[in-house]
Ligand binder design. Sequence first.
Ligand SMILES: *[C@@H]1O[C@H](CO)[C@@H](O)[C@H](O)[C@H]1NC(C)=O
Ligand SMILES: *[C@@H]1O[C@H](CO)[C@@H](O)[C@H](O)[C@H]1NC(C)=O
Length: 365
Amino acid sequence: MALVFISYIVMGIVMALASGFIGAEATRAFFVFGDSLVDNGNNNFLATTARADSPPYGIDFPTGIPTGRFSNGLNIPDFISLQLGSEPTLPYLSPQLNGLRLLVGANFASAGVGILNDTGIQFVNIIRMFSQLDYFEDYQRRLSSVIGEEQTQRRVNEALVLITCGGNDFVNNYYLVPNSARSRQFTLPNYVNYLMSEYKKLLRRLYDLGARRVLVTGTGPLGCAPAELAQRGRNGRCSTELMHAASLFNPQLVQIIKQLNAELGSDVFIAANTQEMHNNFIMNPQAYGFETSKVACCGRGPYNGLGPCNLESNLCPNRDTYVYWDPFHPSERANNLIVQDMLSGTTKYMYPMNLSTILALDSRN
Ligand SMILES: *[C@@H]1O[C@H](CO)[C@@H](O)[C@H](O)[C@H]1NC(C)=O
Ligand SMILES: *[C@@H]1O[C@H](CO)[C@@H](O)[C@H](O)[C@H]1NC(C)=O
C-alpha cells in the first residue's frame, strides 16, 4: 500500500517536471537586468535598505503579499512574461530557481544599481551591473549541467532580454547630494557621454554572453516623479535639471543602439522610449484613465513624494487611478500600459521595431 502510494507521488513529480519542461521549452527564455523598475525580488536576499519587502507593496499581486517588486502588483517584466506565455521570471538569488525552472530564464536586476559602480553606494550590498552579467555567466553554467552546453547556448541566443538602468546614475549619484563627486568631475553633458561609453561596454558584454534580442529602456521623465516634485520641483512643476538629464540621456541611448547594431550587422538591441510612453500619462493622465500623475499612491508629505511607502504612509484607495505607486515607481496599471506601448508602439516608441514585430519575426526562425 505504502509503496503504491510512494510510486504515485514519484510519478506525479515526474509528470509535473515533464509538463513544466515541455511548457518552458515551448516558450522562449526571458532574462532581465537592471534596477528597481525591473527587480523581481533579488534584494530580498541581500543586506540592503533598497527593498520592497513590506506591505503595502504587493497589495495587488496575485498573492497579495510583498515580493520585492517595487509595485502594488505586477511590474514591467511580469507583463512581458505574460506576452511570452511564460511564468514570471524568478529572482536569480531565489533558492527556488533551480533544475528545469532555469529554462524559463532569470531575473538578475537589483534595486538601486546604475550603469556605474559608484551609483547607489548608500545601498551597500546590491548587485552592480557587472555582477549581474557575471551571474548570467554563472546561470549558463548551471543550465548547461541540466540540458547541456549546446541547448543552453541555443536557449540564450533565442531568448528575449530586457535591460533597464540609468535613472539611478542621476538620482542616486550625480544629483544625490549637492556638489556630488561626479557633478564636480563632469558637466552634465560630459557625464552623459561617460555613461554612454560605460553602457556600451555592458551591452557588448551582454552580446558576448549570447544575448541576441535585447530591449533597452531609456529612463522615464525623471524630474516628474512625485519624489522629485516633493524635493526639487517648484509648485508642482517637474524638476528642470532632471528633465534635462533625461532629455540628454535618452536620445544618446538610441544613438549607441544604432551604432552597436550597425557594428553587429543585426538588430540585436531595441530602444524602448519609456520617457515618451510615460510623458503621455504625465501630460494627460485623464486620457489614460488616471486621476493623477503627480501624487504617488503610497508615500507621505507633498505629493506623497517622500518615502518610505509602508503601513504608516498614506495609501490611495484605488491604485489603478495613479500613475505612480510610490514616490519613484509606476503603478501596476501604468506598467501594463508601458508594455502595451512596447508591444504595438510606432518607431517613435520602439526603435527599430516593436515587440509584436520581434515576436512575429523570431517565431519564424
Ligand atoms: C566596476 O567594477 C568592476 C569590478 O571591479 C570592473 O571590472 C568594472 O570595470 C567597473 N565598472 C566601471 C564602470 O567602473
Ligand atoms: C507595431 O506593432 C503593431 C502590431 O501590434 C503593428 O501593426 C505595427 O505596424 C507596428 N508598428 C511599427 C512601427 O513597427
